[in-house]
Design a protein around this ligand. Structure first.
Ligand code: UDX
Length: 440
């Protein structure tokens, strides 16, 4: 099928490249000319494992093209995915300006049937608004009184990709959710995903939009739940890792997303929880549970910094090294990364900050001042009074801790992800602190 994807960020680009990989002809569209020029050369502007190889392959076999304009890029397409950003406004609402602009441009340049699919995470009812916008901006020649002479459909197809494993997630989805209002739209969407043979959930547009909100909020709730348990564990001398293990064997609960730590970050959970709270409020329901989920997440960073301040006594003029910066491993994404808040809070107290991350340093440079970036974990350890494990990159697992210890002023490690729980760092002479665990 000929498909256009408007917006070449994480979601749009991964969707575009993967749809080409499963046999479709895809045009990725973005207003950012630098990005499009890079993509044309096969260069991926973000770090996402496996994406570069598939991009180059599908450019070479002629299934991928790129454009700056919706008018040119979507002319031939039967299906157009909208995958533009939906940032949070100050009040937590999703800002849908880009979605509206795209819907308008699609309408103005339409010459034949189009299936317009929302891929961005949007509040319920957005599908309806997109359809209204297209109706409003369709050129006059396609109107006969109140009737339109050009047919189109709007559908919702939320994405559930995780950064760092987005290609893998796309190719092996747990389910594909489609919200449709016509048989034709359903048929086309089934056709698009047919090569993946996924479990399909077919429903109306509002339900599809809610599935996305409910899924992300539920996962965020799971994380905040275990983080709340971790606080109680600390008070009672219990071990959150054992609690999570014991809970996780119950199939109804499951072990995934029960990792206590410095909380969730990224471009999705914080924004989506905010947006769902606002959406519920507007619909007349006060989602207090989610407000608490958000608060617990904020508190985790505060209590981590408090732990550091307690144990270090004075942080002023101490050198603190952050091992990891990205909001999670295998990405260079720094959006809502806990590391940024931690850096700012410790700098406010007069600490000197050093940092190392395999992919996240260029983006962090633009968001911070006064941070010394290191070339590897050993360089980071040099002269540090303590280290903070912030992002659990696999390559940090088997570091030479003797070497790290020697390089540091004092071997103190605060493990924000309980990543080294099995390393017995205390036996190696480290003062070691995890989250929600009994003191060593
Ligand atoms: C998430 C959803 O998983 C995905 O389905 C949706 O499409 C987009 O949002 P993503 O933000 O890429 O994906 O990352 P994810 O792996 O879900 O992690 C989100 C955050 O939660 C990270 O900061 C991670 O460190 C944190 N997390 C995750 C925990 O603190 N504990 C856990 O047990 C799991």
């Amino acid at each position: 099928m000929k498909i256009a994807i408007v917006g070449s960020g994480y979601v749009g680009l991964v969707t575009g490249v993967c749809l080409a990989e499963i046999g479709h002809d895809v045009t990725c569209i973005d207003v950012d000319k630098t990005k499009i020029n890079k993509l044309k050369k096969g260069l991926v502007p973000i770090y996402e494992p496996g994406l570069d190889v598939l991009l180059k392959k599908n450019i070479k076999n002629g299934r991928m093209s790129f454009s700056y304009s919706i008018k040119d890029g979507a002319k031939e397409a039967t299906a157009i995915f909208i995958a533009v950003g939906t940032p949070s406004k100050k009040n937590g609402d999703a800002d849908l300006t880009y979605v509206e602009n795209v819907a308008r441009e699609i309408a103005e340049s339409m010459t034949d049937y189009k299936l317009v699919i929302e891929k961005s995470t949007v509040p319920a009812e957005t599908g309806k608004k997109v359809a209204q916008t297209i109706r409003k901006y369709l050129p006059k020649k396609y109107r006969k009184g109140n009737k339109l002479t050009l047919d189109f459909d709007v559908a919702s197809n939320p994405e559930f990709l995780r950064e760092g494993s987005a290609v893998e997630d796309f190719m092996n989805p747990d389910r594909v959710v489609i919200g449709v209002e016509s048989k034709k739209a359903e048929k086309l969407l089934r056709e698009i995903y047919r090569p993946l043979k996924p479990k399909m959930v077919v429903t109306n547009i509002n339900s599809a939009e809610l599935i996305k909100h409910a899924s992300n909020s539920f996962l965020a709730t799971k994380i905040s739940f275990i983080n709340a348990i971790s606080q109680i564990c600390e008070q009672l001398g219990a071990d959150v890792l054992k609690v999570a293990e014991g809970m996780g064997y119950d199939k109804r609960i499951g072990r995934q997303f029960l990792n206590a730590g410095i909380g969730y970050g990224g471009s999705c959970f914080p924004k989506d929880v905010d947006a769902f709270i606002r959406l519920s409020e507007k619909s007349g329901y006060k989602f207090q549970m989610l407000e608490e989920v958000r608060q617990i997440n904020r508190d985790q960073i505060n209590s981590f910094v408090k732990l550091i301040e307690d144990k270090m006594w004075i942080v002023k003029n101490k050198t603190i090294g952050l091992l990891g910066l990205a909001f999670k491993p295998d990405t260079d994404d720094m959006r809502n990364a806990p590391s940024i808040d931690i850096i700012h809070m410790l700098q406010k107290e007069g600490a000197k900050i050093k940092a190392y991350d395999p992919e996240g340093m260029p983006n962090t440079k633009a968001m911070t001042t006064g941070v010394t970036f290191s070339k590897d974990p050993y360089d980071l350890a040099k002269g540090c009074d303590c280290l903070l494990l912030v992002t659990e990159w696999a390559q940090f697992k088997d570091l030479d801790f003797e070497k790290i210890k020697k390089a540091m002023n004092h071997p103190v490690l605060f493990d924000g992800r309980n990543f080294y729980h099995d390393k017995k760092l205390d036996k190696l002479g480290f003062e070691y602190y995890g989250i929600g665990r009994p003191a060593a």
